[in-house]
Design a protein around this ligand. Sequence first.
Ligand code: PEP
Length: 251
Amino acid sequence: MRKKIVAGNWKMNLSFQDAEDLVEHILELLDKETITAEVIVCPPYPYLELATDYAEEGNIGVGAQNLSPFDAGAYTGEVSAAMLVSMGVTHCIIGHSERRKYFNEDDKMLTAKVNQALKHKLTPIFCVGEALPERQAGSHFDVVRSQVRHGLFHLDTDEFHKVVIAYEPVWAIGTGVTATPDQAQEMHAYIRTLITERYGKDVADATLILYGGSCNAANAEEIFAKPGVDGGLIGGASIKAEEFVSICKQA
Ligand code: PEP
């Protein structure tokens, strides 16, 4: 049986003080609960150290929302995988649709980021998902297949084992329109078929595939109940401590 993960993507939100209050509150609430899922928070870069300090006390992981495709050196404004690891960061979101869209991150860039993460022992949370016109045109499976193949299938089996995938239909991100549990299950099963073809059934069965897109305390339970869904990548609902912890409880 696969473990579940609930990861909170705080995006570009919160002041330093708000971030501290949020992580404190999350840990306080988690402390009172029995939660079997692995809980990860992904704050903006400047708050990562705050989160890793707190994470030492609580039992949570800390993820970055991005990393540089380069190793080190004269890349002004970039943050490397090695830097993140040196701060105690354990995971990194890669290929989020907002980065694909606003920062033109293409397959080549994402491959370089995945390689950097793995080289430095950061777990990539690799996001895939189709836009609304692609779903309406019936090309959602083709889109996701291409993203998974180009972003990840250059990896050898040992490397691939370390990757977490998040299926996030773009039309569901931040819109309040979530995929139905059946739509999520259908795509997660499809992704697992692709992994089986490339790496075999054992690897596919062991791969964690999270769902993301307007997941909240009211809909998490039925989405997480689907056998192919191994937890969630949560955006808006992850910066409200009670709601985030409620989602963690449902995983
Ligand atoms: C996300 O940005 O990864 C996400 C899932 O956002 P939201 O939950 O707000 O739709």
